[in-house]
Design a protein around this ligand. Structure first.
Ligand code: GLU
Length: 481
């Protein structure tokens, strides 16, 4: 590659940052970093009507949380700014006028009514090039008279515009299929079609990485580069991410928003890792990768041309792998707010975290799994029936009595001491320790399934609460005759 690679991420602040947007930004970032290049953030806010309050801030927050670090952007000047399109209006006008001089564009004074009269059967129309050959004098006079106008692209006759996309290969569109579209609107704002070209050129972008929705308009943009005499960038278009077999993910409908996943207890790095796999497979087929590994492994050959389906179950699994791989301290730090939020004070958060680390794929599952810690009351005694273990109500009654006797006088309240005491007492009573443990777990929690066995439950509940619950269960069992 000649010269330094420069890529950009150009989100429009028109809604959430969904997984598809994030992936585009991530790939542009990975490609730049892999090649020792620069990554630029540009905010494309010329469509004022579709702007959503707060969406621009969300872009910054999401990139920061995702660990996608840009070298240049609205808050990091690299000398080719401004990096927000609405602040570049003067630049677009200057270049649109220059393009007219170069013969690549022209002024158009057609009224809305005239354009509407061109409507085809399906409500769309192709501009009939009515103003394409106005004389320069007429144009000057009409502008001087204050007539509103737009500037349109002058698509050369008879050419076929082709380029080689790095993912999709050869793409060709013939000029007769390209409309003389608007480049500068009557309010002086550029269309996306014009702004993307001017900005990518002036910002020195070498590789344009974006969604396939732009794949077939790129020949049209290339004609603008050609008319200016500018070097065209390389292009890498990315296949869509689908929510199912037929529907694309869409920010308009609030699908799959990065921040919502984090709020549900996904780790940002796990989401980013999962997103990287949506349409790209590294040569070594790795699934769990750090950002550094992704940078190192990223290659265009691994990008697929077919769309991928966003599979939350798979992301959940991957998130669980991240949680399990954490050190005890790291897991404690990320799970603490979830644990404290669910049970309040008075519990040994470290013990609960230890219990949860291998039992939750997403942090948001924790509150439900530990709800039994704070709520305990009358429960269905049928839970004690366990055929395989040969436990019925009578056995359970004896087992609970045995555990109370074993634990009442116990000084140390940790796994080892509790286990030793219960096992010894079971043996002495001539019962299988499995029968006692099973009954004790039900007696301690009143739940059919719990995130740990009897001993672990007793530890997290603490001695006082464990004894209170065992006695309560004993009464329940005794009352049943
Ligand atoms: N603002 C455009 C979008 O959000 C960016 C397209 C591009 O990367 O050129 O779709």
């Amino acid at each position: 590659m000649n010269g330094i690679v420069r890529t950009r991420f150009a989100p429009s602040p028109t809604g959430f940052m969904h997984i598809g947007n994030l992936r585009t930004g991530l790939y542009a970032y990975l490609f730049a970093r892999h090649n020792g290049g620069k990554f630029i953030l540009r905010i494309e806010d010329t469509d004022r009507e579709r702007m959503v309050e707060g969406a621009e801030q969300m872009v910054y927050r999401t990139l920061a949380a995702a660990g996608i670090d840009y070298d240049e952007g609205p808050d990091r000047d690299g000398g080719v700014g401004p990096y927000v399109q609405s602040e570049r209006a003067g630049i677009y006008r200057e270049y649109a006028e220059k393009l007219v001089e170069l013969g690549g564009a022209y002024y158009c004074f057609c009224t809305k009514e005239r354009l509407e009269s061109l409507h085809g059967e399906n409500g769309t129309h192709t501009y009939d090039r009515h103003c394409r050959d106005l004389s320069p004098d007429e144009v000057k006079a009409r502008i001087a008279a204050g007539e509103p106008y737009v500037i349109r692209q002058k698509v050369p006759d008879g050419v076929v515009s082709s380029y080689r996309d790095m993912v999709f290969g050869e793409i060709s569109v013939s000029a007769e299929d390209i409309e003389d579209g608007v480049l500068l609107k009557s309010d002086g704002m550029p269309t996306y079609n014009f702004a993307n070209v001017v900005d990518d050129h002036l910002m020195g972008i070498t590789h344009v990485i974006r969604g396939t929705e732009y794949l077939s308009s790129t020949p049209k943009y290339n004609l603008i580069y050609d008319a200016f005499g500018w070097e065209r960038p390389q292009y890498m278009h990315l296949p869509p991410i689908m929510k199912d077999a037929t529907r694309k993910l869409s920010k308009r409908y609030g699908d799959a928003n990065f921040e919502d996943f984090v709020a549900k207890g996904y780790l940002p790095q796990a989401v980013v890792n999962y997103v990287a796999l949506l349409g790209w497979c590294p040569k070594n087929n790795a699934e769990k990768m750090t950002m550094e590994e992704m940078i190192e492994l990223f290659d265009v050959d691994g990008i697929s041309v077919s769309s991928s389906i966003f599979d939350e179950a798979k992301m959940r699994w991957l998130n669980g792998e991240y949680l399990k791989a954490m050190s005890e301290e790291e897991f404690l730090a990320v799970s603490r707010p979830w644990i404290e939020g669910a049970v309040g004070e008075g519990y040994d958060v470290r013990e609960i975290a230890r219990l949860m680390q291998t039992r939750a794929d997403v942090l948001g599952e924790i509150p439900e799994k530990i709800a039994f810690l704070c709520s305990f009351g009358e429960y269905d005694l049928a839970m004690y029936e366990h055929k395989k273990m040969k436990v019925d109500l009578d056995v359970a009654k004896r087992a609970v009595k045995v555990s109370i006797a074993a634990l009442e006088g116990l000084g140390e309240w940790d796994e080892e001491s509790i286990k030793a005491a219960v096992q010894a007492a079971a043996e002495e009573a001539g019962m299988k320790s499995g029968q006692v443990m099973f009954s004790m777990r039900v007696a301690l929690t009143g739940q059919p399934s719990t995130p740990g066995g009897a001993i672990e439950m007793a530890v997290v509940l603490g001695k006082d609460e464990s004894m209170r619950r065992l006695r309560f269960s004993q009464e329940l069992l005794d009352a049943k005759e």
